[in-house]
Design a protein around this ligand. Sequence first.
Ligand code: AHR
Length: 503
Amino acid sequence: GHATVRLNTQRTVSEISPLIFGGFAEHMGRCIYEGIYDPASPLADERGFRSDVMAALKETNYRIMRYPGGNFVSGYRWTDGIGPREQRPRRRALAWRSIESNQFGPHEFMEFAQELGTEPMWAVNLGTGSIQDAADLVEYMNLPTGTLYSDLRAKNGHPDPYGVKYWCLGNEMDGPWQIGQMEAVEYADKAVQAAKLMRWMDPGIKTIACGSSATSMPGYPDWDRVVLERSYAHIDYFSMHHYAANPYPTISNTERLPIDTDSYLASSVHFEEHADTLAAAIRLAKAKNRSKRDVHLCWDEWNVWYRAKGGDGEWSETPHILEEQYNLEDALVVATWLNTFLRKADVVKIACIAQIVNVIAPIMTRTDAMYKQTIFYPLTLFSNHASGEALDVLVQAPTQDTNRHGPVPQLDVSASLEPDTGHGAVFLVNRSQTEALTVDLHWEDVAPRELAQAWQMSGADPFAANSFEQPDHVTARPIPVPTLDGAHVSISLPPLSFTTLTT
Ligand code: AHR
């Protein structure tokens, strides 16, 4: 097959928010304990942070990190996590049926985030937590000393305010699995009251309200419409969550359809629809509120997740739960998801892959080693090369039929450009399992001076994965840089491939 891609520096979607390259670290399974923080490991530094994990996280270049949950946060008392470690309580964490030792808490997380050079994004507990607890936490984290909680922070070793800017108002409050599940109206009203108090504590903060926890929820998208309408004046972002799957869960979430790789590789059709629907709900709420301000989308949980579904921690401290092993087709879906973020760069301003270590994550650890999963590669390539403006790319490509999404283009593309430096990138996924594709790229107005680098992930087996035994089985490998012919380049993409070209 043959496809054409046209780029024009004047035809842009929007500036790319660097915060779309974010992560999520929840107190669950082995994400924090035995993932980020593992004092028993020979690879731990003097603070107990895993140095190998830290190095890999730095490579990914996460710009924002959501913490401490997730479902966990809806039962979390943040005061458990501060003060001398030996005095911190052990508790049952009801969300994941595990034991929380509280050896890692707010101070440890801030130290971790600072070392990583990432912006913290804190979720408050709107399940068992009160609006007062939420305001107290803002006081503890952000106020100059001179009041109860800010002085307590100083006593616990950090006199300077942390200045946490991004605050999630609860997590997935529509879900029956959530501690303290609510109806949309009830949630919106609590979120507004929490946001009010939190902002009175620190007017500089940005708040994020919970959207539906999945598009398969029976309340979607009415929950979103109601919450947006009622909270619009008090929020800056609206959250969306989605987990992609092959096989795809039905609406009941219990029956599953058979494996269907062609449909799975076309998941970006669904990602776009999800973003478009919520962008429309935002516009409607803006108009109803007679508001001049924009609210943006915060896609703060996204990833592939369908194999390691059991969330029963059996009341242990570091249960091996949600330890999904990722393969080539998952990496391709992740690449099309990142393409979607660029194509929707005008509305999606924050995104956090769920999660960062061990729990549905790009990195897997054991005490003495770690390896990078397939999805590590697209995430890291985008995070390091997509910057500046997202280009509105014109694509002509053959279509292929899919059961779930009808006819879809064989090629999924996005592109970025920093107008000042000329540094740009084109991200191309050939989603066909069988057909190679020759792609002609044309720069319509300004041609790049040169093509700088090229990487590719591909393979015949969509289910090929990495492991401790074969850590580099599926990676993005440098390929010969195709030759630029004036303002045009031609490149052949193998089936099942993800290619990055930089200028
Ligand atoms: O990321 C795993 C879980 O998925 C989160 O705790 C929850 O918010 C979602 O259901």
